[in-house]
Write a new protein. Structure first.
Length: 181
């Protein structure tokens, strides 16, 4: 179950509709997707093969097509983070700093869990614990970060225009004049 925690005086939210309303007011889409049993079984595996990844994409082909309809987002893949994978800490370190993208960041979590952090327009921070069966679309240009919990176990469907548009522009580099703001 998702949990949204504003890091100011507002109380945490656990109701999906309240979370969707809170995020929607900030341009972030959130919804729950039903997970078929075979999807949960694949996502629970210690290793997710290329064939497994294709099965996950196939299971959600209609949903992915609906998300992409009328948009330039036509490419999808699956990322499966596991604690035993070589280089996992380095890969995760790319996402745990405040950054933005030129394209929307679209994820459907089909296994495990992670935390998205956000900065709103006045600099307040909030965290969203996102788990299997939850979908999020972070709009282009929104400052955010992502990290896994201690299990380092998450499987997600990702939707892209192309991989080049999903390059992270880090806030600390933008402040230093290294990346465009």
């Amino acid at each position: 179950m998702a949990r949204l925690t504003p890091l100011w005086t507002a109380p945490p939210l656990t109701d999906d509709a309240a979370i969707a309303d809170f995020l929607g007011a900030r341009g972030v889409a959130f919804e729950r997707w039903e997970l078929p049993a075979h999807v949960s079984a694949i996502a629970a595996q210690d290793t997710v093969t290329d064939a497994d990844k294709q099965a996950l994409l196939d299971a959600f082909s209609a949903k992915l097509a609906a998300v992409a309809d009328g948009t330039p987002y036509k490419s999808a893949d699956v990322v499966a983070i596991r604690p035993h994978l070589p280089g996992v800490d380095g890969a995760l370190a790319r996402f745990d700093r405040v950054h933005r993208h030129d394209d929307d960041e679209i994820r459907a979590i089909v296994g495990g869990r992670g935390i998205f952090g956000f900065l709103d327009d006045v600099g307040r921070q909030y965290l969203l614990l996102i788990e299997a069966g939850e979908y999020i679309s972070v709009p282009a240009g929104a400052w955010h970060w992502f990290y896994c919990d201690d299990t380092k176990n998450i499987t997600a469907l990702r939707i892209f225009k192309d991989a080049a548009g999903w390059v992270a522009h880090y806030r600390d580099e933008a402040a230093a004049g290294g990346s465009p703001a």
